[in-house]
Design a protein around this ligand. Structure first.
Ligand SMILES: *Cc1c(COP(=O)(O)O)cnc(C)c1O
Length: 375
């Protein structure tokens, strides 16, 4: 690959001196779980999101799952989720023992369309889980208003959007609680799996703290049947080093997204570019274009040495994992059309302007000599 979809090593190399010193400090401390490093990262990330509490856990899926449990959502309950999200959003609901109920996104923004939500609410509905997909904030105000009217919790899936803003406010602090992922490829990524719940609610934060550590507050005294889901000291310390760079890296992503947009604007009638509502400040976790003959475009780019990915090729309701829900093909047409047409172009803070120009040049060439791609 001349231009891989994403490279993780450059982030390490940029911060090598600091990260190597951090590694030695934590290893020398002799303390590896639930210590000072985690507390300091939790305080720093809570401040960054503008929330009172951050509770580190083992990964993003656990963050969503434990946030649902802390809201006392479980068996017999329904939770509204986007039809076009990564399957982890649905799995978190299933882990809690509840049922995911899909609602379609707006075809322009890929995010939950608030006008579709109310018809999915039943007597069993307990929460709405909007996802800030691809780093674009969901339209939270109408979602929060619907939730208030129906007495529902709102749990943001903030796995892809660290640093994004909705009407000037950071995501991760807009609902009752949020699940964050620090999977290595996310905008704020650790060097292993990691995640966190952010919330302004003292009770929810306290419950997640107990749930992540075997249900105990005091060693060997267990209040509830908890889980083992902890963010270790080493990853917490690495994350604190990387958090200091997050805004700068997100700004670089925005610069690259702007370049994609300007260099692909001549194809506007042929290739759909991501729409950004006026109130949104996305962080470009992914730059996703759409084309009806997406597979052909992807093949052309692969041949030119350019890595692309599809987020995601199978919507959760059509995956074998959710066959039990019996949601038939054709019933969630926006999610299904999205799965068939989306293509994620290379994106990351360490791509150069020249590399973006190479990608857009190859896309324009593909449209010039493949009549099939032209509409
Ligand atoms: C990555 C991701 C998750 C899960 O995070 P992990 O840390 O991989 O468990 C959840 N939801 C969305 C939308 C994600 O992209």
């Amino acid at each position: 690959m001349k231009i891989p979809f994403l490279e993780l090593k450059p982030t390490y190399l940029e911060l090598k001196t600091e990260l190597d010193a951090t590694y030695r400090r934590v290893m020398d401390s002799g303390w590896y779980l639930l210590g000072r490093e985690l507390e300091e990262f939790e305080a720093a990330f809570a401040a960054y999101c503008g929330v009172k509490h951050c509770v580190g856990v083992a990964n993003g899926l656990d963050a969503l799952h434990l946030a649902l449990r802390a809201c006392e959502i479980g068996s017999g309950d329904e939770v509204i989720v986007p039809s076009n999200t990564y399957i982890a959003t649905w799995l978190a609901v299933s882990y809690a023992g509840a049922t995911p109920v899909p609602v379609e996104p707006s075809p322009d923004t890929f995010n939950l369309d608030p006008s579709f939500i109310e018809r999915a609410i039943t007597r069993r509905t307990r929460a709405i889980m909007p996802v800030h997909l691809y780093g674009q904030p969901a339209d939270m105000d109408p979602i929060l208003e619907i939730a208030r009217r129906h007495g529902l919790k709102v749990i943001e899936d903030n796995a892809q959007a660290q640093g994004a803003r909705y009407k000037g406010r950071r995501t991760g602090g807009l609902g009752d609680a949020a699940g964050n992922s620090f999977y290595p490829g996310k905008n704020l990524g650790a060097f292993a799996d990691a995640g966190a719940v952010t919330t302004n609610d003292d009770t929810l934060a306290d419950r997640v703290r107990v749930l992540r550590n075997y249900g105990s507050r005091r060693k060997y005294y267990n209040e509830v049947q908890g889980f083992n889901s902890r963010l270790d000291e080493l990853q917490a310390a690495f994350l604190r080093v990387k958090l200091a760079r997050l805004d700068e890296w997100n700004a670089r992503r925005k610069e690259l997204a702007d370049l994609y947009r300007s260099q692909l604007s001549t194809l506007d009638a042929q290739l759909s570019l991501p729409a950004v509502p006026t109130w949104a400040e996305p962080v470009w976790h992914l730059f996703v274009v759409r084309h009806p003959r997406r597979d052909e475009l992807q093949r052309r780019l692969t041949e030119a040495g350019i890595g692309t990915l599809i987020h995601y090729p199978v919507p959760p309701h059509l995956s074998q994992a959710y066959a039990e829900l019996n949601i038939r093909q054709g019933s969630l047409p926006i999610a299904e059309a999205s799965a068939d047409t989306v293509l994620s172009l290379p994106m990351g803070p360490h791509l150069s302007r020249g590399q973006i120009a190479e990608v857009t040049g190859q896309i324009r060439a593909a449209f010039d000599d493949t009549s099939g791609l032209r509409r």
